[in-house]
Ligand binder design. Structure first.
Ligand SMILES: [Zn+2]
Ligand SMILES: [Zn+2]
Ligand SMILES: [Zn+2]
Length: 53
């Protein structure tokens, strides 16, 4: 099985069957799944994928 990556543009976290799926894409966390619209700067996996550029 190929390793999959979170669909969040800046997130490099891997996703699996337990991950959140939205619009056919897999996300590593709820924060990524909602595109960090909650203002979160990370996904809880020690990365700052939600930080504005
Ligand atoms: Zn991440
Ligand atoms: Zn993510
Ligand atoms: Zn993210």
């Amino acid at each position: 099985m190929a390793e999959q990556q979170c669909a969040c543009p800046k997130c490099d976290c891997s996703v699996d069957d337990q991950s959140i799926e939205k619009d056919g894409q897999k996300f590593c966390s709820e924060a990524c799944a909602i595109a960090h619209t909650d203002g979160s700067t990370g996904c809880g996996h020690n990365c700052s994928c939600g930080k504005p550029a």
